[in-house]
Design a binder for this molecule. Structure first.
Ligand SMILES: N[C@@H](CCC(=O)N[C@@H](CS)C(=O)NCC(=O)O)C(=O)O
Length: 208
């Protein structure tokens, strides 16, 4: 088995969390390299695109969260082998990237701009992605995004919904997913209660 080192910022969430979860659920040993923000400027230049997450595999590095998710998903049996189901899995992961990019663009804005832009997101794009993801989920059986079983797509959507509901995003009502996309919240609960996900958060001392 290859030697794996997954580097991402030291918090429970974001673009690195689905791969941490997938590797743990798959029982695949990896070095969980949690990058401190104080170290980031020094380390940024060592990454392919100046971003995290990155995955090192036997000393070789790969960047881009969804490339990493697909790779670790294959190792952990959490990525569909059927090409069509794999495309559905990718679709959900890329949709989360689209909306996460819009939200992340507001992270470091001055307060008055942040408030205005977040309210605009709450008025349109966030409910749009919530409802469309819910539709896609229901179109494929309602339980999981692809192949009727847990995949890295489910882990990525789960992490996004948890973030929305967490209260960490000022000006984004925590009950927005529940109001707009209740089936997606049921999916969130389903993933949260997956034995592998539960074991991961029990080990790391975090409520899913
Ligand atoms: N498209 C990239 C985006 C990566 C990205 O923007 N990562 C953020 C953290 S979630 C980051 O590294 N921010 C620090 C920086 O840009 O200096 C991916 O999916 O991995």
């Amino acid at each position: 088995m290859a030697k794996l080192k997954l580097s991402y910022f030291d918090f429970h969430g974001g673009r690195g969390e689905p791969a941490r979860l997938a590797l743990s659920i798959g029982g695949i040993a990896f070095e969980d390299d949690r990058v401190q923000t104080s170290d980031w400027e020094r380390r940024k230049g060592d990454t392919p695109f100046g971003t995290l997450p990155v995955l090192e595999v036997d000393g070789q590095i790969v960047a881009q969260s969804n490339a990493i998710n697909r790779y670790v998903g294959k190792l952990a049996d959490l990525y569909p082998s059927d090409p069509w189901q794999a495309a559905l899995c990718d679709e959900a992961m890329e949709a989360v990237e689209d909306i996460a990019n819009k939200i992340n663009a507001t992270l470091f804005l001055p307060e008055e701009h942040k408030k205005a832009q977040r309210e605009a997101l709450v008025g349109g794009p966030i409910p749009f992605y919530l409802t469309r993801l819910q539709q896609r989920l229901e179109a494929h059986g309602g339980r999981y995004f692809a192949a009727n079983r847990l995949s890295v797509a489910d882990l990525k959507v789960f992490v996004w919904i948890r973030h929305l509901r967490s209260g960490a995003l000022d000006h984004v009502p925590t009950d927005l997913p529940d109001r707009v996309a209740p089936k997606l919240v049921e999916h969130y609960e389903r993933v949260k209660n997956d034995p592998g996900v539960k074991a991961y958060y029990a080990k790391h001392g975090v409520a899913g």
